[in-house]
Design a binder for this molecule. Structure first.
Ligand SMILES: Cc1ncc(COP(=O)(O)O)c(C=O)c1O
Length: 398
């Protein structure tokens, strides 16, 4: 078959869902009016489909930190830290992460995706076993593929399934890595980390928790679900991303294991790629400071989550049961889901649309995400649009 045929099939499928307003996966944001308002198709649109959980993307201190770093250091690092040297900024951010988490070491990466590639790829090789939650993010699945390790998926959020899988492995070895996420990104459900950590301890497995969506949004000091559940000390490796609450780009891993430092030489997704731009790293430093100094941002976020969930539930929308910044709206089949999504955009509301291959054909989801920067008025307007569109497309009361 012609190599390009695969791409033609995808294009044809996308064209089938084209509309005057938007097609899934190809929405153009023409302008940014605020942390939660953008222009799409020439009209102001409420943004409920970004991971700007704390609303920091336009925070003046963060913007100024980025601006100053461009003036001080230039626009790019122009290469890998291994080859070109490390800007002091990057090392300082690593120290700040280690201090924030109360862990001994931290290493930062150019993206959150690369943090998983680097860590899992650095730790695991032939003969090792990686146990991952079946609903893991693509970066975790992709990371396992480079390792030639045995990969075992356990049932989503099931410590019992994890325990059974570990029991089947030979005893007394220290070559197992268990990977879980704090908050799962599509359905917004939280991992039972206390139980997972217990199972890991009982079977001498190392535990990696990816807190991509929970960093900044969970825990007394914003460290994520492991902090919230009081098990941070039992997590060997915490991965975080800068691209959500921290309003930048990049990833981080913190750990008490001093061996983590070897990733500076070992991890291909670290060694063979350019490090984060100075403006980005400076902006993340400022964002970390703000997250630490302003716990009230989390209170605002949680108040907004409750307001949005209550409104959607009262209208009869089927939403996931876990209260979290991610509100999954269960919409069923693909065509109906895309029709609803397009109509929401046409009315001025952007949410994420999850359709195959991101989910099974009949299990599509619209994903609304809350931000501390949403005002009560934003939420009231979003709910009005949901009410109008839900009635028109008849998706309520599934
Ligand atoms: C659980 C999880 N890990 C890693 C990533 C990758 O992070 P980034 O987009 O910062 O590369 C994501 C992104 O959505 C994610 O949800």
């Amino acid at each position: 078959m012609d190599l390009l045929e695969k791409l033609r099939v995808v294009e044809k499928r996308r064209d089938a869902f084209a509309s005057a307003t938007a097609r899934p996966g190809a929405t153009v944001i023409e302008r940014v009016l605020g942390p939660c308002e953008v222009v799409i198709g020439g009209r102001p649109t409420l943004m409920f489909g970004s991971n700007n959980y704390l609303g920091l993307t336009l925070h003046p201190e963060i913007v100024n930190a980025a601006r100053q770093a461009v003036l001080d250091y230039g626009t790019g690092t122009t290469g890998s830290r291994t080859a070109n040297g490390t800007f002091a900024l990057h090392e300082t951010l690593e120290h700040e992460f280690a201090e924030w988490f109360g862990k001994r070491h931290a290493i930062i990466f150019s993206t959150g995706y690369q943090a998983n590639l680097s860590l899992i790829g650095g730790l695991c090789g032939p003969g090792d076993v990686i146990l991952i939650d079946a609903d893991s993010h693509a970066s975790i699945y992709d990371a396992t593929r480079q390792t030639a390790s045995q990969v075992v998926a356990f049932r989503h959020n099931s410590p019992e399934s994890l325990r059974r899988k570990l029991e089947r492995l030979p005893k007394g070895q220290r070559n197992r890595l268990v990977v879980a996420e704090g908050l799962y990104s599509i359905r917004g459900d939280v991992a039972p980390l206390r139980e997972i950590a217990e199972v890991c301890r009982a079977h001498s497995a190392y535990l990696l928790v990816d807190e991509a969506h929970s960093l900044g949004t969970y825990g007394a000091t914003g460290l994520g679900c492991a902090e919230e559940q009081g098990v941070l000390e039992h997590v060997d490796f915490v991965v975080g991303t800068f691209s959500k609450s921290l309003a930048g780009i990049g990833g981080v891993c913190v750990s008490d294991h001093h061996e983590l430092k070897a990733l500076h030489y070992l991890a291909r997704a670290y060694v063979f790629t350019a490090s984060g731009s100075p403006s980005n790293i400076a902006s993340v430093r400022a964002a970390v400071r703000i997250v630490r100094e302003h716990p009230e941002l989390r209170d605002q976020l949680w108040a907004n989550i409750r307001r949005l969930r209550k409104g959607l539930r009262e209208m009869g929308y089927a939403i996931g049961s876990t209260e979290s910044p991610i509100v999954p709206i269960l919409t069923g089949d693909e065509e109906r889901t895309i029709a609803l999504w397009q109509e929401l955009i046409a009315q001025g509301l952007y949410v994420n649309v999850i359709v195959p291959p991101g989910c099974p054909q009949e299990d599509c989801v619209l994903r609304a995400s809350c931000s501390a920067a949403h005002t009560p008025e934003h939420i009231a307007r979003a709910l009005e649009i949901f009410a109008r569109v839900g009635a028109a497309v008849a998706v309520t009361k599934m």
